[in-house]
Design a protein around this ligand. Structure first.
Ligand code: SF4
Length: 164
C-alpha cells in the first residue's frame, strides 16, 4: 500500500496561521484514510512555528525554488524573516516522505510551504503568482510527485500506475 504525504490542514488539523483548517470531504480522501495511506504533516508547525501565527509570504514574487537557492526570503506581516523555519519544515517533510518511501504528496495550494501551482506574491494583498512553495519545491526536486487538493483524481491515476 503506497503511502501518501498530505498537508495536515487538509485532514482537519487546525495548523493554519489563523488556527483554522481546510478539511476536505472527498471520497478518495476517505478511502485513502481508511486504507491507512495518509501521512499528515504541517511543515511550518513541524519546524517550530506556533499556531496561530502571522501570515507569511515569499517576498518579491519569488518562489520556493528561489528560497532553496538562497535567492529569496519569507517574511511574516511583522517583517520577521522566517526563511530558515520554512526551509527546515521542507526538510522535515522530505525526511518523513523518504522514511515512508512515498512517491506522492497532496499539498494545500497557495501556501508558501505547500503550494504546488500558485503561491501568494509577497504583497499580502491576496494576489497570487504561478510557482511552488518551499516544501513542494524540495519534494519535487527529490522526485516526489506533488498534487494539490484539486487534483485528487489525477493523484489516484498516478497511484494506480505506480502500483500496477
Ligand atoms: Fe497547511 Fe501546509 Fe500551511 Fe501547514 S504549511 S497550514 S500543512 S498549507
Amino acid at each position: 500500500m503506497t503511502p501518501i504525504l498530505i498537508s495536515a490542514c487538509l485532514l482537519g488539523q487546525p495548523v493554519r496561521y489563523d488556527h483554522s483548517h481546510k478539511q476536505m470531504d472527498h471520497e478518495l480522501l476517505r478511502r485513502w484514510r481508511k486504507e491507512g495511506r495518509l501521512i499528515p504533516i504541517c511543515p511550518e508547525v513541524a519546524a517550530g512555528l506556533p499556531t496561530p501565527r502571522p501570515p507569511a509570504e515569499i517576498q518579491n514574487k519569488r518562489n520556493g525554488e528561489d528560497i532553496l537557492h538562497f535567492q529569496a526570503r519569507i517574511v511574516d506581516q511583522h517583517h520577521n524573516d522566517l526563511t530558515t523555519f520554512f526551509m527546515s519544515g521542507a526538510q522535515l517533510a522530505l525526511e518523513l516522505a523518504q522514511h515512508h518511501q512515498t512517491p506522492i504528496a497532496i499539498l494545500k495550494e497557495s501556501s508558501p510551504s505547500c503550494g504546488s501551482s500558485r503561491i501568494y506574491d509577497g504583497s499580502f494583498t491576496g494576489s497570487t503568482i504561478s510557482g511552488m512553495g518551499v516544501t513542494a519545491a524540495l519534494l519535487t526536486r527529490h522526485h516526489i510527485r506533488v498534487f494539490n487538493e484539486h487534483q485528487l483524481e489525477e493523484a489516484a491515476v498516478f497511484l494506480a500506475h505506480y502500483e500496477a
